[in-house]
Write a protein that binds this ligand. Structure first.
Ligand code: NDP
Ligand code: OXD
Length: 309
């Protein structure tokens, strides 16, 4: 028997995984926190788990995020020192790259401006820039950032990226470390944020950063809402320094219907839809790590909590 506990403060939304977990782990007994027996779980399957609870689970051996990001798990200050794994999926990376390409085209081909003009019946054709003339800078060159960089490059954009450690990505100029951030920003027309949320990256998209982008730059945010200082973005767009932003993630989701961001000129909101892993894929990856855990093999997609991602 494998006792799996689905750990989430949004437990009413988590039933979608159960049938996939039971198929992928045939001897699974799946319980949802805070139901009876939840604290006996050996495997915690997490999305925004309740803080402090996993520390009270005596049989726990593996903590698995159902997401690519693990900020939702590492925010538990009492997280036990157990293996922590995340989802890494080529289809998710491909979907993210599509979203980033769409956002890039949205600004590059002036769809943001013609959509606003269309609402006023205003016919205006803008001059065209070629893809090579547009410099797309990606904050975060991990699984998702690299896939987005490759797709943008294949379409002809001039692509650069920023990561913590130095690396080589074909055809992409890579800037690494805090000291290189100003140079990276100064040569970016369309800024894409694909950083994990960590203490080092929280609030990184603020007035100081926006001021280092060239005038008329745009932002595509698809990592976490907590990366963004919303008032600073609104101010940068209203002042005309930034042309606009596409935002997929928010510190509170769903974004409430009366949130002013929905209607802020120049800002387009999407509902955390950039890239979704399929429940079947999530369950299969968790099942494979359970098999490895039991066999004493090394786990896939393990996170180093000391990096925070
Ligand atoms: P990875 O962990 O694979 O990559 C993270 C990248 O960020 C790495 O290149 C890393 O550098 C870099 N990085 C981390 N910290 C810093 C720092 N302080 N300074 C500079 N660079 C840094 O993450 P993924 O690509 O898999 O995912 C990124 C994020 O995307 C997730 O954490 C999640 O928040 C978000 N996401 C959003 C989705 C959506 O639908 N909107 C869907 C899926 C994920 P290095 O390479 O040196 O380690
Ligand atoms: C993720 C997400 O991190 O969907 O996987 O945001």
């Amino acid at each position: 028997m494998t006792r799996i506990t689905v750990m989430s403060t949004l437990s009413s939304q988590m039933g979608f995984l159960d049938e996939h977990l039971r198929r992928a782990v045939p001897d699974a007994v799946v319980t949802h926190w805070p139901d009876d027996g939840a604290l006996d779980g050996e495997i915690a399957v997490c999305w925004k788990p309740p803080a402090g609870v996993m520390a009270t689970m005596p049989n726990l051996r593996l903590v698995h995020s159902i997401a690519a990001g693990v900020d939702n798990v590492l925010s538990d200050k009492d997280l036990p020192a157990l293996p922590l794994c995340r989802i890494v999926d080529p289809d998710l990376a491909a979907a993210m790259a599509e979203y980033v390409l769409w956002g890039t085209l949205y600004f590059h081909r002036d769809f943001d401006r013609v959509a606003a003009n269309a609402r006023n019946g205003h016919w205006h054709r803008y001059d065209q820039a070629t893809a090579t003339d547009k410099r797309v800078g990606i904050l975060g060159l991990g699984t998702l950032g690299i896939e987005a960089a490759r797709l943008l490059k294949s379409v002809g954009y001039t692509v650069s990226g920023w990561s913590r450690s130095a690396k080589q990505v074909d055809g992409v100029e890579v800037f690494s470390g805090d000291a290189a951030l100003p140079d990276f920003l100064a040569q970016t027309d369309i800024l894409v944020c694909l950083l994990p949320l960590t203490p080092a990256t929280a609030g990184i998209l603020d007035a100081k950063l926006f001021a280092q982008l060239p005038k008329d730059a745009a932002l595509i945010l698809c990592s976490r809402g907590e990366h963004l200082a919303v008032p600073d973005l609104v101010e940068a767009v209203r002042s005309g320094h930034l042309r606009g932003a596409v935002i997929d993630v928010f510190d509170q989701e769903p974004l409430l219907p009366d949130n002013p961001l929905w209607t802020e000129p120049g800002i387009l909101v999407t509902p955390h839809m950039a890239a979704l892993a399929k429940p079947r894929v999530i369950a299969d990856q968790i099942a494979e790590n359970i098999r490895r855990l039991k066999a004493g093999d090394s786990l896939l997609n393990r996170v180093d909590p000391s990096h925070g991602y």
